[in-house]
Design a protein around this ligand. Structure first.
Ligand SMILES: NC(=O)C1=CN([C@@H]2O[C@H](COP(=O)(O)OP(=O)(O)OC[C@H]3O[C@@H](n4cnc5c(N)ncnc54)[C@H](OP(=O)(O)O)[C@@H]3O)[C@@H](O)[C@H]2O)[C@@H](O)CC1
Ligand SMILES: Nc1ncnc2c1ncn2[C@@H]1O[C@H](COP(=O)(O)OP(=O)(O)O)[C@@H](O)[C@H]1O
Ligand SMILES: [K+]
Length: 464
């Protein structure tokens, strides 16, 4: 249910494994460039194109792409930033039969960016400006100048019309802002060994198990949502838990009003509500205020053994004594599953600014707290304390509306409660929740409100 994402160093190690097995660098570059050309002709009609080649192996790929596009009848121009500096790039330059011009001031509407790939340093400002004048860019491996391992981008750049990821997806293809600047990403396999156990993976549609003849409401997961002062948020979380497939959802709080959905069980809070051994997960935080009453409920939730989702107000409470955060979350049992779901502001209050390397920041937060940490945003990043991490799809920007995070917290509760049933570990379970939430937003379409996600979640589950 995930696609491995490799860092630049891991990609080089995977390439080395192929070289050790007897594949030559020239063969691999031919495979990469031919695959890239194939991906281009599958998506664009033949037209004049300028292939801009850098000095390294990314430039080498460019000469291969140019040759294959020309063989298919495309009017191809090649420009070089500098002479090739590697043996394989020189070999590919030699196989390009046409002229090679200096970087032109005026460019055709379509340019293939084969300047730099995973070996890029920060771009010279003049080159960055040149790239910014190009109407449509097809990026070979990645857009030049975006940091491969963090997805951090240079100042101004429009999204590429296509990025051809060679061999493996890299963080630049998955993490914002780089992921957004890649535009559509075509993955061209070139035979790199990709471990299923990669430390970072992009979330793919989860394989959810449907209920069967042996199922009952409790085997399908009992989720308890602890309400706070703002009950609407807790209602969203609770109904989201129901709509993502939990068998039994209970909303506990003070004077919780009665009304639709009638299948939602409401109970007055008392400490014993969390003692039911059938509880599969607890969600606390949506609508939780900073009162002493909330504090007592948070302490009670942190004491129980089953997975606990800590969102919104629960994160604010934890931030007030963040020095003790790690030990409080761990308690005396490192096996307890705790999920923190901060947006960037909540993350900053708990751990300091996210900074330019969100993946590293989330991993550090998970290692520090012993909890799963999900940093929500346009591409949500989830990390486990052992360093494994998942990144979600680029989600609909229409999600930037109040209450959508409450919905996600509820879906996380259900997936954690059902983890064993689906055969997921906790990281995969939360990954499934991220995917369902993003899919529900896609199905809900423009101008969605959080309530709309409740209905589209049902359809997202059906498609998973
Ligand atoms: N291994 C293989 O056979 C295969 C590799 N593959 C391809 O190789 C790509 C990686 O190639 P790579 O390692 O050569 O790095 P690449 O991104 O071309 O850049 C390095 C060169 O650019 C230069 N340079 C960098 N930044 C600069 C800047 N801002 N301004 C100016 N110069 C700058 C840098 O100079 P230096 O830093 O050494 O001074 C060096 O000369 C990978 O993304 C994929 O496309 C595939 O074909 C599969 C087979
Ligand atoms: N611009 C955006 N593009 C895609 N997804 C977004 C964007 N802004 C927010 N989201 C998603 O919407 C949800 C917002 O959650 P949160 O900030 O906790 O809001 P709330 O507390 O109002 O529920 C998260 O799942 C986040 O990933
Ligand atoms: K490139």
């Amino acid at each position: 249910m995930t696609s491995p994402v490799l860092t630049a160093a891991e990609t080089r190690a995977a390439e080395q494994a192929l070289f050790d097995a007897g594949i030559t660098p020239v063969d691999l570059m031919e495979r990469a460039g031919a695959g890239a050309a194939e991906a281009i002709v599958a998506r664009f009609p033949a037209q004049e194109v300028l292939v801009a080649c850098g000095p390294g192996n990314n430039g080498g790929d460019g000469y291969v792409v140019a040759r294959h596009l020309a063989e298919r009848g495309w009017p191809v121009r090649v420009a070089a930033l500098a002479e090739p500096a590697t043996d394989q790039a020189r070999a590919m330059r030699a196989q390009w039969a046409g002229p090679v011009e200096a970087m032109p001031a005026v460019v055709p509407p379509l340019v293939v960016d084969a300047l730099f790939g995973i070996g890029a340093r920060a771009l010279d400002p003049a080159l960055a400006r040149w790239l910014d004048t190009v109407p449509a860019v097809i990026a070979i491996d990645q857009p030049s100048g975006i940091d491969t391992d963090t997805g951090a981008a240079r100042g101004r750049a429009a999204a590429a019309a296509l990025t051809v990821a060679l061999g493996a997806l890299k963080p630049v293809h998955a993490i914002m802002p780089g992921a957004g600047l890649c535009g559509p990403v075509a993955h061209v396999p070139i035979g790199l060994p990709l471990s299923e156990r990669a430390m970072l993976a992009r979330i793919a549609p989860p394989a959810l198990r449907a209920p069967d003849a042996t199922s009952n409401k409790y085997t399908r997961g009992k989720v308890v949502v602890v309400a706070g002062a703002m009950q609407g948020a807790a209602f969203l979380a609770a109904e989201a838990a129901q709509r993502s497939g939990a068998g039994y959802v209970e909303l506990v709080g003070d004077d919780v009003p009665f009304g639709a959905p009638f299948a939602l069980v409401r109970r007055a809070w008392d400490a014993s509500v969390l003692e039911d051994k059938r509880i599969g997960a607890v969600v606390i935080g949506p609508g939780l205020d900073a009162s002493d009453t909330s504090r007592v409920r948070l302490e009670a939730a942190l004491a129980i053994a089953c997975p606990v989702v800590l969102d919104a107000g629960a994160l604010t409470q934890l931030a007030s004594d963040k020095d003790a955060l790690a030990s409080r979350l761990r308690g005396d049992d490192r096996e307890k599953v705790r999920l923190l779901t901060p947006h960037a502001g909540e993350f900053e209050r708990l751990f300091g600014p996210v900074g330019g390397d969100p993946l590293a920041a989330v991993r550090a937060a998970a290692a520090k707290t012993g909890a799963l940490v999900l940093l929500k945003g346009a591409t949500s990043i989830l990390a486990a304390p052992d360093g494994r991490a998942l990144v979600g799809p680029i989600a609909s920007p229409w999600l930037s509306t109040a209450g959508t995070g409450d919905v996600l917290a509820g879906v996380c509760g259900t997936m954690l409660a059902q983890a064993a049933w689906h055969g997921f570990d906790p990281l995969e379970a939360v990954g499934a929740a991220i995917w369902l939430h993003a899919r529900a937003a896609e199905l809900a379409g423009p101008a969605l409100i959080a309530d709309d996600l409740l209905w589209s979640l049902k359809r997202a589950v059906a498609k998973a």
